[in-house]
Design a binder for this molecule. Structure first.
Ligand code: PEP
Length: 248
């Protein structure tokens, strides 16, 4: 059985569609000076146009960077899409796949999300695959069923692929709402994901929690056995708050 100690904490920021060259400069300067806790890795997922700025600012720092989406295709007539190889050229370490806003606003299916994760892996990026239930699904008692369905094509990629990924449980009702899952609610889902991962020999895969995480609630979430860090939206836009989460 894998122990918690084998999974270094990961705190990843998701800037979503926020920022400007000027605003980013101040945020990146503060991040560049980050000195996260020894057991914690940190990174930021920024809008595509700011990857070059981010790479230049964070090169050589303790903070890695990545994108918020990636194409499932390697190249070709896919107007508006960005391939994993392109992200790799900008030094990206991470690519989010299947964020709930991509699933709901852009119709990404579970299979498309798995294809995006595969494309990221092929280019040497670490996909961060997001799953999570809506409020109606939770209230209908279907949380674990939804997570199982969303993860099915991801788990089908096998232990080797999984060992090069990160998963993120982000209940849709907690994203950007200020309403965080309780540590126990989150642990219930993380525990179920861990059982599924262990069943495939991939118990070491990190599973982040996301949904209105801030410095004030992060410690109690991180205290849960199967929560290996956080995917942080709104609070990642404020350097001091984000770095406080990474310092826990
Ligand atoms: C997210 O964007 O993945 C997220 C969890 O957002 P927030 O922290 O703002 O809820």
């Amino acid at each position: 059985m894998t122990s918690v100690e084998d999974r270094a904490r990961l705190v990843l920021g998701n800037w979503k569609m926020h920022g400007s060259l000027a605003e980013n400069a101040a945020l990146l300067q503060a991040l560049r000076a980050a000195d996260p806790a020894a057991h914690c890795e940190i990174g930021v997922c920024v809008p595509f146009p700011y990857l070059a700025q981010t790479a230049e600012a964070l090169q050589g720092s303790a903070v890695s960077w990545g994108a918020q989406d990636v194409s499932a295709h390697a190249k070709g007539a896919y107007t508006g899409e960005v391939s994993a190889a392109m992200l790799q050229e900008f030094g990206c370490r991470w690519a989010l796949a299947g964020h709930s806003e991509r699933r709901s606003l852009h119709g990404e299916t579970d299979q498309v999300v798995a294809d995006k994760a595969s494309a990221a892996l092929q280019a040497g990026l670490t996909p961060v695959v997001c799953v999570g239930e809506s409020l109606a699904e939770r209230e209908g008692g279907d949380t674990l069923g939804v997570i199982e369905r969303q993860l099915e094509p991801i788990l089908a990629l096998g232990a080797d692929a999984l060992s090069r990924m990160v998963l993120a449980y982000e209940p849709v009702w907690a994203i950007g709402t200020g309403r965080t899952a309780t540590p126990e609610q989150a642990q219930e889902v993380h525990g179920a994901i861990r059982v599924a991962l262990r069943g495939l020999g991939a118990g070491q895969v990190r599973v982040l929690y996301g949904g209105s995480v801030k410095a004030a609630n992060a410690a109690s979430l991180f205290a849960m056995t199967d929560i290996d860090g956080a995917l942080v939206g709104g609070a990642s836009l404020v350097a001091e708050e984000f770095l406080r989460i990474a310092a826990i």
